[in-house]
Design a protein around this ligand. Structure first.
Ligand code: SAM
Length: 243
């Protein structure tokens, strides 16, 4: 898979490509990432990428010409990639979107700045995504979040590919709690089932804790989830305070 990012601040992506599992995977070319400076497609001598809004008002707007040229050039190198505009007005990016994108050939992220992009730019993008109901100074933060969430699902990126399977949201629930050594710390102990060696019991405990956690913290997720009989019985017990 390949990622392309169009930005006015390419340096913001250096840490992503240099540290942690994503950095290691990028270095090993498990996926490719190309960060493009939008100014490279602006006109000399001043390489201006923004202009004042028609109708007046504060702030500047990203001009269409450099973006058009950037998209055309990158699309030639990545013809199967989807173009994603980062915008607080897009649909909210969720785990299932990360999963879906991880199965595509690639994504070209367009990072807005200032008051955003000239409205005509929207006609050249495939999708518009927001990372939440708040306004950031630039789309770089959103692109970083989305690249990270997608890239970790690309086979070979996580040390143990199975470790994403139980993650929160993957199956529509929050993940169960984790513990590591020591068995006892400041009077708090690890649940005995986790040191029992009984894998069936451990799986059952994890499923139930996942249900408990989701009911407590994100009942909206649980309401959307299809549950089997055992899960339903456990959730009923939880609601009655019996579990
Ligand atoms: N004036 C715009 C509005 O109210 O909808 C906000 C522009 S914002 C200051 C500048 C850029 O940051 C946007 O063009 C977008 O690329 C990015 N951005 C801001 N908030 C975002 C969010 N929640 N999700 C994704 N991108 C965001």
């Amino acid at each position: 898979m390949r990622f392309d990012v169009i930005t006015l601040f390419p340096a913001m992506f250096d840490p992503l490509m240099q540290v942690g599992v994503i950095g290691r995977a990028a270095a090993k070319r498990v996926f490719d990432i190309e960060v493009h400076n939008l100014r490279d497609w602006a006109d000399p001598p001043h390489y201006v990428v923004d202009d004042a809004p028609y109708g007046g008002g504060g702030g500047m707007v990203m001009k269409p010409e450099p973006v058009r040229r950037a998209l055309s050039a990158i699309r030639r190198q990545a013809p199967d990639s989807l173009v994603v505009l980062t915008t607080p007005q897009g649909k909210t990016f969720r785990q299932q979107d990360a999963v879906a994108f991880s199965h595509t050939a690639g994504v070209i992220f367009l990072c807005g700045r200032y008051e955003g992009v000239d409205e005509r730019i929207r006609s050249w993008v495939d999708e518009e995504y927001s990372i939440g109901d708040y306004v950031l100074t630039g789309g770089e933060y959103a692109a970083l979040v989305m690249v990270d969430a997608i890239a970790r699902l690309v086979p070979g990126v996580l040390g143990n590919d199975a470790s994403a399977e139980d993650d929160s949201f993957s199956e529509g629930l929050l993940e169960y709690p984790h513990y590591t050594r020591p068995v006892e710390f400041e009077g708090m102990t690890v649940p005995s089932v986790l040191i029992s060696g009984n894998h069936g019991e451990i799986a059952r405990w994890r499923r139930q804790e996942s249900l408990r956690r989701t009911l407590l913290r994100r009942p909206d997720l649980l309401a959307r989830q299809e549950l089997d009989d055992a899960d339903r019985r456990f959730v009923e017990d939880l609601r009655k305070g019996n579990a």
